[in-house]
Structure formats: C-alpha cells, structure tokens
Ligand binder design. Sequence first.
Ligand SMILES: [Zn+2]
Length: 456
Amino acid sequence: MRTIAVAATIALLVATNARESRAAVEPPSNPELARLGRAVSTEALKATVSGLVAFGTRHTLSDTRSPTRGIGAARRWVKGRFESLGAACGGCLTVDTPEQTVTGPRIPKPAVIQDIVAIQRGTRDPDRVVIISGHIDSRVTDVMDFTKDAPGANDDGSGTAAVIEAARVLSARRFPATIVYAVLSGEEQGLYGGKVLADYATSRGWRVEAVLNNDIIGNTHGLDGRVDDKTVRVFSEGTRADETAALAATRRREGGEFDAPSRNLSRFMAGIAERYMPGFSVRQIMRPDRFSRGGDQGPMQEAGYPAVRVTEADENYRRQHQDVRTEGGVHYGDVIEGVDFAYLTKVARLNILTLAALAAAPPPPTHLKISGAVTADTTLSWTASPGAVRYRAWWRETTDPLWRHSQDAGGATSIVLKSVNIDDYVFGVSAISADGYGSPVEFPGPVGAFFPEAQR
Ligand SMILES: [Zn+2]
C-alpha cells in the first residue's frame, strides 16, 4: 500500500511538473537569434532614411521619370538596394515589382501602384511566407499635392528602412520558410500597395503566416512632451477580417474573440521583446489600428493573412502629413530631425528577431481541434507541422491576455490535459523544431487558423 501511495505521489509530482509557466518553457535567449539582433545597424538605417528623404517627394502621384526626384526614382533606388543585397548573398533574393493601375477618391487619373519585393526563398518550406512591410510613399498637408517637398522621414521612411535592414541582416543566413521584404506604394492614397501585395501573395499561392507592417516607427517625442524610447505599439485584430457569418456564429458560441491569428502573432512578438530585448517592450494594442485610422496590414487581413501594425509608442502629429514649415516658432513636417535612430534600431531589431524566429520555427499546427465538454479533461488534436519534432499545449484564463500555462505533448499530435476544464480556459497549441524554435500559439478551429482551409 505504502509503495503504491509513494508511486502515486511521484506520478502526481511528475504531472504537476509537466505543467509549466511561460517563463519556464521559453529559453531566455537563443544565441543565434541574439547574434542576428546585434547585427542591426543604426548607421545603415540612417543612410536609408537620408537616401529616401533626398528624393524630395515620394508622393504616389509624383514624377516617375526623373532620376533624382519623385517616387519613380525612389522605387528604383530601393530596387537597386535589394539587388545589391541579393548579389552579396549569392543570389539569395529574387526582386520583383508587382503593380496594378488604379483610380480612386485620391487617385483621379489612372496611376500605377508599384511595390518592390525581395523574396528570400525558404530551404524546407518555401511556400510558407513571413513578410515585413513598410510604405515608400509620402505626403504633405494636402493629400493631393504631389509636387511640394514631402520628406516622409518617419512616415514611412522609418518603416522602409527597417524592411531594407531586415533584408541586409537576414540574407546572411538561410531559413526553412520564405521571408519577403516588401516596400509598398499608394498607402496615403488609400492602402493600394497593401492590396497589390495581398493579391500578389494570393496569386502565388503563398501560405502567409505573418505580416509585420511597419508604419511610423522612429519618433520618440510625443505631442505632449512625453519621451518614450522603451516601448513600441503592436496593433492586432481580435476577430479576423475575413470572418464569415457562419464563423462569427461559431465564435459567439465557443469564444475566440481575442484569438485571431493576428492577435497570436502580436503575443509572439511581445514574447520576443521580453526574451531578447531587456529594457524594451511591446505594448500590445488590442485593436486593428489607431482609432479610425488604417494601414497596409488591413488589406492583408482582409485577404485572410495574419498581420499586425507596428507603430512608435507616442506619435507626434506635427511631424505627420504636414507641410514643412515653421509657424509661431513651432516646427512642422516629417523631417529627418524627427527620427530617433537609436529607437528605430530597437524597433527594427524587434522585427528582425521576430522574422528570424518565425522563419526558423515550424508553422503552427493545422486542423487544430478541441473537445472535452461535460468531462473533467480537455483534449486537443492537430495535423503534424513540417519540421516540428514536438508540440506544446497552452492555456490561459478567459480574462488573461497572455498564454500562461503549458504542457509538453512530445512528438504526439494530440494531448489530453487532465483536470483542465474546457469551460474555464482558452486553449492553443504551438509547434517546435529540433533546434528549439517555437511557432506562434494557434487557437483551435477556423477562428484561430493561421492558414485558410484550402492551404492546410
Ligand atoms: Zn504611414
């Protein structure tokens, strides 16, 4: 009897130990990722923003033929940057310029919206794609004025510089998944470049796991005099933009209003900052964008792709969408003096670490199912992810924004969480590679699926 009691106690201890908090599971840092983070260069970011500002204006409707001024010259310059980075890595980047001719409320005559993308093909899982984007176009007070100087140093020279720096740093290594570096046009005229990219991704059949859209990421001095160089905001949608009425009905019954894949991408990014960037953190903003404003992550989300918007902690509206001028001693305009390059370096580093971690990890599991109603336990099952050797089940209180508890599932594609009641928690699963890279956590069913049904 005594032996049995001891064995039972040990079994209980083992079971309890198998349940781990987040901090216990995720290693403080992976040396290879930390090395990539250190390679991010403030000087390189500064050189890119200076180069972009030198084109005078990059308004979507500005001159496309001049070799020195306007969006055409700026786009060709970015294309040249990608091509030389591609040459330096032995042809690891394919550069392309998807485009569409559009008209709209802010585009009175047909105009070509051209994006510049550099594609770093994955070694094992090349159809799976992680994307970083920023927009090259700029504007002044009058959104239709395409001749006046519109330096766009921060909006969005900063995001564009982060995209190019990501290509420079990450093209030094190979990754299982494909990384796409995307510089978009037409944002200020109505998010056209985001739509061009979404259509391009769809036409190529990419399985888009993540879009990190960087827009306005380099200012640290808010309008109110506050200075914040220690946090960055990551905006994410809680319910998916491509949600159907049937899916909304399921979500209302079973929950999941805080677990669209975009939201779990935001949680993943916050975890990267926590582990790799002491003194710097992600402030997760649980709405798709700033109040009544938008960005190029929108068209990607509408196409069904998980996407977040990355924006500085505290915006300065005197430096956005303004003619460059001085009025009553106050400086207006998006000039390079408004970019804090030490801060931009941190935000670029967060992006680069996130892209590397995502591209090195397996994709989240597909066909993730959950059951356990009217039982004491919760069961999760899924289809294996290519490149995964282990899986981990996660759960949290329904009021908790962060994944808090977890249990190793080993190499199995299902797990029973004993005495964890399905009614009381939110659940998810992540996939882990042999070298320890974990995917974002995925919420069960189509509500939380990273990839659309046809691509699973
Ligand atoms: Zn912008």
